[in-house]
Design a protein around this ligand. Structure first.
Ligand code: SAM
Length: 216
């Protein structure tokens, strides 16, 4: 009963702070055949991204891990007239994202790059520095993406990483269900994001965990 009440209340708040458009509905419909629990951010998490972007008037954004472009649509809305580069490795996911992005009619430009972000990110370095980097892809790649983001972000820019609780295992002495490399790299990522000489940062305990760092 309490769970049902909490669910209704979250939905009520999501509708106030991050009301989905028909584009978000399309993304959710298209992602269904390949969707696994927690793969896409929630509207509540989107409201945090939107808040962070709009309160800093960010315009140049990068997203690593696009899936069905659900989070891309939120970022594109928040940068309002800016440009988003989003990266997706999986061909099937990139095809879905392409359909969703083609139907998108908002004011920002969304560039979808199909390929492994570990190599493909180099293709946009000539456009650096960026304002905002959202990391939501392969967990063992987070620290590598952090290094890229730190280098290609302007002072005052922001890095946000999703899933930083690593399914609840990031704080364990050794991983139980995730791989050693996922555990090691996610810890390196969080520890680097917590460096107070370089960043003003925080952790938000959403279901998946959101780590946020603003570059000094
Ligand atoms: C959690 S989903 C992204 C969800 C999306 N950000 C959202 O909230 O709507 C992670 C995506 O990252 C993609 N991915 C995994 N490894 C990648 C890599 N090396 N380069 C680019 N994308 C990758 C996966 O195929 C998957 O679609």
């Amino acid at each position: 009963m309490r769970d049902a009440a909490a669910g209704i209340s979250v939905k009520y708040l999501e509708n106030l702070f991050a009301k989905e458009s028909s584009a978000h509905e399309l993304s959710k419909e298209k992602m269904q055949p390949t969707y696994k629990e927690g793969m896409s951010i929630s509207a509540a998490e989107a409201s945090i991204l939107k808040f962070l972007i709009q309160s800093h008037s960010y315009k140049k954004a990068v997203e690593i891990g696009c899936f069905a472009a659900y989070s891309s649509l939120w970022i594109a809305e928040a940068i309002d007239g800016g440009e988003l580069h989003t990266f997706e490795y999986n061909k099937e996911h990139a095809e879905i994202a392409k359909e969703v992005i083609t139907a998108y009619e908002g004011p920002s430009k969304i560039n979808l790059h199909q390929g492994d972000a570990r190599q493909a990110l180099a293709s946009i370095e000539s456009e650096a520095p960026f304002d905002f980097v959202f990391i939501d892809a392969n967990k063992a790649g987070y620290y590598e993406y952090f290094l890229w983001a730190e280098k290609n972000l302007r002072s005052g820019g922001m890095i946000v990483g999703d899933n930083t609780l690593l399914f609840g295992e990031v704080g364990l002495d050794q991983p139980e269900r995730v791989s050693n490399s996922q555990w090691r790299e996610m810890r390196k990522f969080n520890e680097a994001m917590a460096d107070s000489e370089k960043f003003i940062s925080c952790f938000v305990p959403t279901t998946e965990g959101l780590t946020i760092a603003l570059k000094r």
